[in-house]
Every structure is written in C-alpha cells, then in structure tokens.
Write a protein that binds this ligand. Structure first.
Ligand code: HEC
Ligand code: HEC
Length: 234
C-alpha cells in the first residue's frame, strides 16, 4: 500500500504544482490510516461475530447482482467484478456508499445494513475468489493501444502510467483498486462520471481525488482501449 501511495504523490508532484491536491490527499491518508488501524484493532474480536452460515448467505446475496463468483454481470447496466478486489479498497467504497461520498442508491441500500465484521469477512472472501474475466470481444488493436496507455501513460496529456498506481498486473494494492478482469463498460461509465459520483462530500475529501485529474485527460477512445486491455487480464 505504501509504495503505491508514495508513487501517487510523486506522480502528482511530477505533473507540476498541485499542492492543494497533495495536502488534501496526504491529510486524508493519515486520517484513513488512523481509521483503518482502529478497524484492524477492533476487527479481530468483531470477526468472531459472523458465522460461516451468515457469511455464505450474504455472499450469495451479493453474487445475485455481482455475478457468479463475483466475476461481474452485464444486466441493464454493468455490475462490477468484486473477485480478487483489494479488501481495503472494497471496504472504503462500501463506506463511501454509506456516507454518500460515492453516490449509488442501490449500493447505499445494500451497504448501510452491513456490520463492520460482516464487511471485513466479505472483503476477505471476495479477495480470495479468482474466476476468469467475463469474456471480452474487443479487437486486438484496441487491446494493444490500451496496454501502451496502461504501462506508459500519455505524457503529452498529463496522464501518468496507470501501472504506477494500480500495479504492473493491475492487481491493485491497498486503496488502489484491482482493475484486472473488470468489465469494460463499467470502467468506461466510472471514468466518464467520476465528478458526479465520487468524492461527493466536500467535508470528507477522499482517495477519489487522486484519480480525478486523470479522468479529465482521457478521451473516450483512450478509455475504451485501456478498458479492453484491462478486461482480458487474469
Ligand atoms: C441489487 C444489486 C446489488 C447487490 C445485491 C449488491 N450490489 Fe454491489 N453494486 C451494485 C451496483 C449496480 C454497483 C455499481 C455502482 C456504480 O456503478 O457505481 C455496485 C458496486 C459495488 C462496489 C464498488 C465496486 C468498485 O469496483 O468500486 C462494491 C465494493 C460493492 N458493490 C459491494 C457489494 C457487496 C459487498 C454486496 C453484498 C453485501 C453487494 N455489493 C451487493 C449492485 C449490487
Ligand atoms: C496516481 C495514482 C493513480 C494513477 C496513475 C491511476 N489511478 Fe486509477 N485509481 C487510483 C485510486 C487511488 C483509485 C481509487 C479511487 C477511490 O478511492 O475512489 C483509482 C480508481 C480507478 C478506477 C475505479 C475502479 C472501480 O472499480 O470503480 C478506475 C477504472 C481507474 N482507477 C482506472 C485508471 C486508469 C485507466 C489509469 C491510467 C490511465 C489510472 N487509473 C491511473 C489511483 C490512480
């Protein structure tokens, strides 16, 4: 987690002066680390409170929408893959839905009834799942263009390499989400709607500010390419 964060700051710093972003982000990280440390300290006891039976029931409930083995699901709109997701990222997003830092009414309703112990148990269970990505039909040239953006960024558009934060295999780390195997239309929708959905509580700036400038600097075609590349990574 630490290595990615440092890179995030370095990347942000290299792009020119964004002192405000950096202060907000680092302040938030200190805060979040404190909260996480607290959650870890209390989690050990709370974990015992979730029975295997309760956990299985809840997992099945999540998979109703998130697909078999949480590999994602294409319904009326794409529902993201949770399999292999970083537990820290997953827990933070669920908390963000509850606090309406991230807007989504469906997930608000799902999330606000989860106990911290259940949430931790779910996050660990999803992390352990490893199904193949839902099949992609993206043409090869799009995948190749996406790989280049992922690994090298777009220096002329002020976009750092995605790999510098999301990892060389797109497996993520801590607060940096896994992107490997994610549904391409989900990725597209998220990057296009970032400003409307993430970081919605000005009183609680969060890790979503790290991605924000990047989402502004990608064209639709570039997003489609990088999403096609990510979708086929296992
Ligand atoms: C009724 C359908 C439904 C159910 C049940 C459901 N989800 Fe979701 N979930 C969604 C949708 C839709 C999204 C996408 C929200 C968006 O586009 O921002 C989502 C997004 C998420 C995300 C964000 C993923 C990311 O990559 O940022 C997490 C985490 C999540 N759900 C966890 C859960 C957990 C844990 C459960 C079970 C307790 C669950 N969901 C049950 C519909 C559902
Ligand atoms: C400076 C670090 C950094 C770089 C570089 C970066 N990201 Fe991110 N990205 C993050 C962080 C942190 C998050 C989690 C945001 C949050 O907490 O809401 C994220 C979230 C995302 C999400 C949302 C995932 C989900 O499941 O909803 C997508 C998609 C994404 N990044 C794609 C990319 C792509 C594509 C690139 C390269 C063009 C990229 N990122 C470059 C740090 C970075």
């Amino acid at each position: 987690m630490d290595f990615g964060f440092r890179r995030a700051l370095t990347a942000a710093a290299n792009e020119g002066p964004r002192p405000q972003l950096i202060t907000v982000v680092s302040r938030q990280f200190v805060l979040q680390s404190a909260i996480l440390a607290f959650a870890c300290a209390t989690g050990a006891h709370a974990e015992d409170a979730v029975s295997k039976h309760e956990l299985q029931g809840k997992l099945a409930y999540c998979e109703n929408c998130h697909g078999v083995a949480a590999q994602g699901f294409h319904g009326y709109y794409p529902i993201p893959r949770l399999a292999g997701q970083q537990p820290e990222y997953l827990k933070n997003q669920v908390q963000a839905f509850v606090e309406r830092r991230r807007t989504n009414n469906i997930m608000f309703n799902v999330a606000h009834v989860l106990s911290p112990a259940m949430l931790s148990a779910l996050a660990d269970s999803f992390h352990d799942l490893n199904p193949k990505p839902l099949t992609s039909t993206a043409p090869n040239e799009l995948v190749a263009a996406g790989k280049k953006i992922y690994e090298e960024g777009l220096p002329d558009r002020d976009v750092p390499p995605c790999a510098s934060c999301h990892g060389p295999d797109a497996k993520g780390d801590g607060q940096f989400p896994r992107l490997a195997g994610q549904l391409p239309d989900y990725i597209f929708n998220k990057l296009k709607n970032w400003d409307k959905e993430r970081g919605q509580d000005p009183a609680k700036p969060d890790t979503s500010t790290i991605m924000q400038p990047i989402t502004h600097n990608l064209t639709d075609q570039q997003i489609k390419a990088v999403a096609a590349y990510l979708n086929q990574l296992e």
